[in-house]
Design a protein around this ligand. Structure first.
Ligand code: HEM
Length: 118
C-alpha cells in the first residue's frame, strides 16, 4: 500500500471516529426531532470507520487474525449500536455514556498497545 493512501486512510478513519463519538454523545441529550439526522450521520461515520479500518487491516496486516482487531470490531459494533439506544433510553444516559467512553478508549488502547500479538 502506498504511503499516501495509508495517510489518507488514517486521517479518514480517525475523523470518522471523531464524528461517530461526537454525535453519539449529542444523541444522549439532543431533542427527539434530531434523531433521524443524527442516526444518518452516525451511520455514515460508522460505515467509514469500518471500511477504512478493514482496508488498513488488509493493506498493513494482510488480514492477520489478531485479537486486537476483533476487540476493535466489538467496540465499533457497540458504539454504533449506542446512538439508537441513546434516544430511546434517556433514563440510562449516564450509564450508556460511560459504556460509550469505555468502548472508544478500549478501541484506542487496542491500536496503540496492540496486546495479544506475538
Ligand atoms: C470505535 C472504534 C474505533 C476507534 C476509536 C479506532 C481508532 C483508531 C485510531 C486512533 C487509530 C490510529 C491512527 C493513527 O495512529 O494514525 C486506528 C488505526 C487502525 N484501526 Fe481503528 N478504530 C476503531 C475501529 C476500527 C475497526 C472496526 C477496525 C477494523 C476492522 C479498525 C482497524 C484499524 C487498523 C487496521 C488501524 C491501523 C493500525 C496501524 O497502522 O498500526 N479500527 N484506529
Amino acid at each position: 500500500m502506498k504511503i499516501h493512501e495509508l495517510n489518507f486512510l488514517h486521517l479518514f478513519h480517525v475523523s470518522a471516529v471523531l464524528v461517530l463519538v461526537a454525535y453519539t454523545f449529542f444523541a444522549f441529550a439532543g431533542p427527539a426531532e434530531t434523531r433521524k439526522r443524527v442516526l444518518m450521520i452516525t451511520g455514515i461515520a460508522s460505515v467509514l470507520v469500518l471500511l477504512t479500518g478493514v482496508r488498513m487491516w488488509q493493506g498493513v496486516f494482510a488480514f492477520q487474525a489478531s485479537a486486537w482487531i476483533f476487540i476493535k470490531l466489538g467496540c465499533w459494533l457497540g458504539l454504533s449500536a449506542l446512538t439508537g439506544l441513546a434516544y430511546r433510553k434517556r433514563e440510562q444516559a449516564n450509564t450508556l455514556m460511560i459504556v460509550a467512553l469505555v468502548l472508544a478508549i478500549t478501541a484506542l488502547a487496542m491500536v496503540y498497545l496492540k496486546p495479544f500479538t506475538s
